[in-house]
Design a protein around this ligand. Structure first.
Ligand SMILES: Cc1cc2nc3c(=O)[nH]c(=O)nc-3n(C[C@H](O)[C@H](O)[C@H](O)COP(=O)(O)O)c2cc1C
Length: 211
């Protein structure tokens, strides 16, 4: 692999565009990664318009063997196929995640359901599939009051589990939670953390590209 083949996928899940703190921090993460890996391809996936939800027809289509799917099955799975392909191609994934009601936004959960097709009906829940190659994830997590790791915070544990499931062996969480308490201080610390994490992620990929 050379650096030009590297793919960085960015997934935004805030429903806000203007004034979005998670997007602002993800911009910084992308800028840092681009500075370290200027040849990498960037793929943007914005979930603010929502994602389709799984339903009975989707489940039936996904359980059908790929070669036996009807054209209707294939149409039903088209969005899931496209989202999965983005994840499969990515070497680095940046997630911008605001906490909504103590957990992740519904659009991000819908994305997870679309992408984790291997686990339909819990098929692989007990034995995690081995990733074909390890991915790295940078998760920017924002909230007003709910603190990452607190007993009422249900985003980080889920994200760590599902990102491992998706093949991420290196998961870096930038904690920008509790913004209502000290927005400037938390943002300054988050920017510092983003810089050091992204430099590290970029240098690991430069070494991998050189191998
Ligand atoms: C629907 C909704 C639910 C939210 N729930 C919480 C919450 O449970 N705890 C919290 O501290 N903040 C909550 N917030 C505030 C957001 O987490 C916070 O404003 C975050 O920084 C938003 O990210 P953004 O600026 O990228 O949109 C909620 C916001 C929305 C819109």
């Amino acid at each position: 692999m050379n650096e030009d083949q590297l793919v960085i996928l960015r997934v935004d899940s805030s429903m806000r565009q203007v004034g979005s703190v998670s997007r602002h921090l993800a911009d910084a993460a992308m800028a840092n990664l681009h500075a370290g890996l200027p040849g990498a391809e960037i793929v943007l996936r914005d979930l603010k318009a929502g994602v389709g939800h799984v339903n009975s027809a989707w489940r039936e289509a996904s359980l059908e063997a790929a070669g036996s799917r009807s054209s209707e099955d294939r149409a039903i799975l088209a969005q899931s196929d496209a989202l999965r392909a983005e994840v499969e191609r990515a070497h680095i994934i940046v997630f911008a995640v605001p906490i909504y009601n103590f957990s992740i936004p519904a659009a991000l959960k819908a994305w997870v359901d679309m992408v984790c097709r291997n686990n339909v009906d819990g098929a692989t829940a007990l034995s995690m599939p081995k990733p074909t190659y390890p991915k790295q994830a940078v998760v920017v997590l924002t909230s007003n009051h709910t603190k990452a790791g607190a007993s009422d915070e249900f985003a980080t544990k889920f994200l760590r589990h599902i990102l491992t499931f998706l093949g991420c062996s290196d998961i870096n969480i930038v904690d920008a939670t509790g913004l209502a308490v000290d927005k400037n201080g938390i943002l300054a610390a988050a920017h510092e953390k983003i810089q050091s994490i992204c430099q590290n992620v970029a240098s690991q990929n430069i070494s991998a590209a050189a191998e």
